[in-house]
Design a protein around this ligand. Structure first.
Ligand SMILES: Cc1ncc(COP(=O)(O)O)c(C=O)c1O
Length: 244
């Protein structure tokens, strides 16, 4: 089923619109140059109804991304939080993937366009598993990518920016076409950075290791895992990791 052809509603610029009507023009600036930012958020089933995992942290990161990219947010954090709750609620979802995105409109074209409106949207739908359900039990085959992860001075690595994902898609497509399920991206000095869409951890001799925050995304799951580990009294080391 096409993502565009579904029942339900999408929050777009402050109002709920029918799913199939949540459209934007082909001259939308972000579509051409990739300057936009987004989040990937999950709501999980609980006995008390769906619960959005770390909603505040995701919205905070979305606003930080917009700030880093110099996009003036047209809504408050509270409005974006409420939009995400409403997207789950009004689509009658018990568990959901949520995709808030902030993008530049079609008011102008070219890199010098200075009249661009900042738009925001939130969609929510059921997307049970990012990889195959068996992957959690069996593990996955990961291949070190021939693509280097972004360098901090090439793009803004702390922003979850649309355009940054060209790098992820190239790496993932390469890994999949080579028979693996995920790519391991190294930074420009050859140290482990992250996967195409997730941070990476190693547990070795009771110590949890993860790459420091340079070229990898400041993951919310990463922060949560580090919190859990510290709560459990597990030693955590954020450091450079080599592929071997
Ligand atoms: C490149 C990349 N790294 C890491 C992550 C993990 O981030 P989070 O735990 O906030 O979902 C993501 C998630 O989308 C990602 O795209």
């Amino acid at each position: 089923m096409s993502m565009a052809d579904r029942d339900g509603v999408i929050w777009l610029d402050g109002e709920m619109v029918p799913w199939r009507d949540a459209k934007t023009h082909v001259l939308t600036h972000t579509l051409h140059y990739g300057l936009g930012c987004f989040e990937g958020v999950r709501a999980y089933h609980t006995e008390n109804g769906p619960a959005i995992f770390r909603l505040k942290e995701h919205t905070d990161r979305l606003f930080r991304s917009a700030h880093i990219l110099n996009m003036k947010m047209p809504f408050t954090k509270e409005e974006l939080n409420e939009a995400q709750c409403a997207a789950v609620r009004e689509n009658n979802l018990d568990e959901a993937y949520l995709r808030p995105m902030v993008f530049l409109g079609s008011e102008g074209m070219g890199l010098r366009a200075d009249n661009l409106k900042v738009h925001a949207m939130v969609a929510a739908w059921s997307w049970p598993s990012y990889m195959s359900p068996e992957a959690k039990e069996l593990g996955i085959k990961v291949r070190t990518s021939s693509y280097t992860r972004h360098h901090v001075n090439i793009t803004m690595c702390k922003a979850k920016a649309n355009g940054n994902y060209i790098n992820s898609m190239l790496a993932l497509n390469e890994a999949i076409s080579g028979g693996a399920e995920e790519a391991l991206l190294l930074d420009n000095e050859g140290y482990v950075a992250e996967g195409s869409g997730e941070n990476i951890f190693i547990v070795r001799d009771g110590v949890l290791h993860t790459p420091e925050l340079t070229s990898c995304l400041e993951g919310i799951t990463r922060a949560t895992i580090l919190d859990f580990a510290r709560d459990m009294g597990l030693e955590v080391r954020e450091r450079r990791i080599t592929r071997d």
